[in-house]
Ligand binder design. Structure first.
Ligand SMILES: NC(=O)c1ccc[n+]([C@@H]2O[C@H](COP(=O)([O-])OP(=O)(O)OC[C@H]3O[C@@H](n4cnc5c(N)ncnc54)[C@H](O)[C@@H]3O)[C@@H](O)[C@H]2O)c1
Ligand SMILES: O=C(O)C[C@H](O)C(=O)O
Length: 311
């Protein structure tokens, strides 16, 4: 199975690294616009093959899309990341043009690929990719919920002082500092509600920390995070290529689900060989429904901004 990752920067290269050392794909192509950059990252990763023991072939390309031909999955991480103090939404002006041209190019050589959109503002970039390519909705997957959910579980595990892998939880809604919805009510510690162990005040802080998880790291690092983002993309790609049918919160085009239409937003999805196999309808309470509608309003106004950005 072949995966192309466009954008060999922090997130793209980390994703290639995780995909190869976990043996998720037999071939990974990294492509970047910066001369020699993707080739260098690929060579560096390949030189781990004997020490970490993998057989994936990783290669790099400077803007030559013919090398990406017949990819099963294409991940788009090309574009600029935010700097401390910025929101993801401020990236739309530069990233919309990049994402649109990249999506057009990859489809010339991999017309059947499933596209995973990572560049920010991710929900709007997923919507743009869907509209610009005309692909069916199952083949455009925005990655954000997998990462936000892993951060949610991290903060819960810190509050519980228990391992993250013993915690279950999910974040839906937009992938933005104010649009994420950590589903605290249904989060659990090995099957018991987390509210059995943590006060409402602590749970509210966990949710607030989760929502600004990306901003916190951007403040600490000077640019946005890459280890958890890269690993989250690899987790999603694994579920596609190996038809694992995991339930993962992904940004997907909604046609009435969760009361929304003509928008890409994070909802629980079954992810398998066809991409989005199913959108799972979980029961939200009235408060969560209200938050989802408010989140949709914010994502929709960002989508509206695309018109002027791409004009
Ligand atoms: N959805 C998420 O959960 C999530 C998580 C982390 C980062 N991101 C986003 O992913 C994007 C990448 O972040 P990063 O930290 O890897 O940035 P980065 O600057 O390290 O890497 C981006 C790469 O894209 C390349 N690029 C730019 N234009 C290109 C083009 N037209 N064709 C091919 N390559 C091109 C650049 O040369 C660069 O190497 C940002 O927009 C960031 O906000 C999203
Ligand atoms: O925070 C960012 O800007 C990057 C990414 O969306 C993240 O959540 O890490």
């Amino acid at each position: 199975m072949k995966v192309t990752i466009v954008g060999a920067g922090n997130v793209g290269a980390t994703c290639a690294d995780v995909i190869s050392y976990r043996g998720i794909a037999s071939e990974v192509v990294l492509l970047d616009i910066k001369e020699g950059f993707a080739e260098g990252k690929a060579m560096d990763i390949m030189q781990c093959a004997t020490t970490t023991g993998f057989n994936t072939r990783v290669s790099g390309s400077t803007n030559d899309y013919s090398k990406t031909a017949n990819s099963n999955v294409v991940v788009i991480t090309s574009g600029i990341p935010r700097k401390p103090g910025m929101t993801r939404e401020e990236l739309i002006g530069i990233n919309a043009g990049i994402v649109k041209s990249v999506a057009d190019n990859v489809l010339k050589y991999s017309p059947d690929a499933i596209i995973v959109v990572v560049s920010n503002p991710m929900d709007t970039m997923a919507y743009l990719t869907l509209k610009a390519t005309g692909l069916p909705k199952n083949r455009i997957i925005g990655m954000g919920g997998a990462l936000d959910s892993s951060r949610f579980k991290y903060y819960l595990s810190q509050a519980l002082n228990k391992p993250s892998n013993d915690v279950q939880g999910m974040v839906i809604g937009g992938h933005g500092d104010t649009t994420m919805i950590p589903l605290t009510r249904i989060a659990s510690y090995n099957g018991s509600p987390v509210s059995d162990f943590l006060s409402q005040e602590v749970l509210d802080k966990v949710a607030a920390d989760t929502m600004v998880g990306g901003a916190t790291l951007t403040g600490l690092l000077g640019t946005s995070a890459w280890y958890a983002p890269g690993a989250s993309v690899a987790y999603l790609v694994d579920s596609i290529l190996n038809d694992q049918r995991k339930m993962i919160a992904c940004s997907v085009y909604l046609e009435g689900e969760y009361g929304q239409s003509d928008i890409c937003m994070g909802v629980p999805c079954i992810i398998g060989k066809n991409g989005i196999e199913e959108i799972v309808d979980i029961n939200l309470d009235e408060k969560e429904k209200g938050l989802f509608a408010k989140s949709a309003d914010a994502v929709r106004s960002m989508n509206d901004a695309l018109k002027s950005v791409l004009a």
